[in-house]
Design a protein around this ligand. Sequence first.
Ligand code: PHE
Length: 337
Amino acid sequence: MNLEEIRQEIEEFITDSAEELEQFRQKYLSKKGTLSQFFDQLRTLTADDRKEFGQKINTLKNNALQKFEQLKTEIENRCVGQTSDIDLTAPANVAQMGARHPVSVVKKQICDVFAKIGFTIAQGPEIEDDWHNFEALNFAPDHPARDMQDTFFIDTEPDIALRTHTSSIQVRIMEQNQPPIRVVCPGRVFRNETITARSHCIFHQIEGLYIDKNVSFADMKQTLLYFAQQMFGSHIRIRLRPSYFPFTEPSAEMDISCDICKGEGCVLCKKSGWVEILGCGMVDPNVLSNCGIDPNIYSGFAFGMGIERITQQLYKTKDIRLFFENDVRFLQQFAAI
Ligand code: PHE
């Protein structure tokens, strides 16, 4: 090996292994190494040659020493915390903040609106017996809603099922309290329905119940108008259409004026200018007496709405399935609320 080859080898040498670095040290820097042999040759040269040759091998030795020190530091650093592999200037991974689910956000908004006018909040079990979900609510034994199509039964004889509406909580409240009763009951409900963009087998409702002496249909209408305007804006109008529920008489469905087309008629309101948001009515006297409240003294109204439906109306979401898929890209849009 001549000096030029050695110079090149030292210059090009690279390693991240401590073992290979030690071999390098022995080869160029130890007493028995390649360079030492050249130093031995110095004695045999003339004074002039010796000076020139001596300088060359000294430079090589210094190069080798420098290389050795540099690689040694790099290898040591890598062992302690791997700093040489880490780019300290790279942006940090920002921890993602969680956010409340839009259904929870809107549930709270609805409860807050009713809390302001004296309603308290109550909950009830998701697994119900036939009495609380159907019978006390005046469902005739052959009512279609009792059909297996709509209800997820857990047991029969006696019938135990996942509640199909939050009206079951209404029964429990009346059984346990005497009027005045002013309560809203949010909760998850279950129906054996095909999952589509418009309906789901699991969704959320809020039930409202107000019972006292002389409670009238007009009280109900004003309460619901107040709710609609608090929720959707003071320009919102409501209309009540006659309907049927076994537990209310008379019964109605409430529409609000469509906020998208301002009543002109658009795709979302199916060109009608109105959007249905809840069912309501005066509590049937049979239901009051079923629950231990004297219908000759007291009257009251009840209403029930789907929280997803209200959320969809507020945030213009077209597909109810989005609320149950937990796609972060969808949920993140509600993080600022
Ligand atoms: N329970 C009814 C439903 O699930 C809604 C409702 C509640 C209607 C209270 C009238 C009074 O559709």
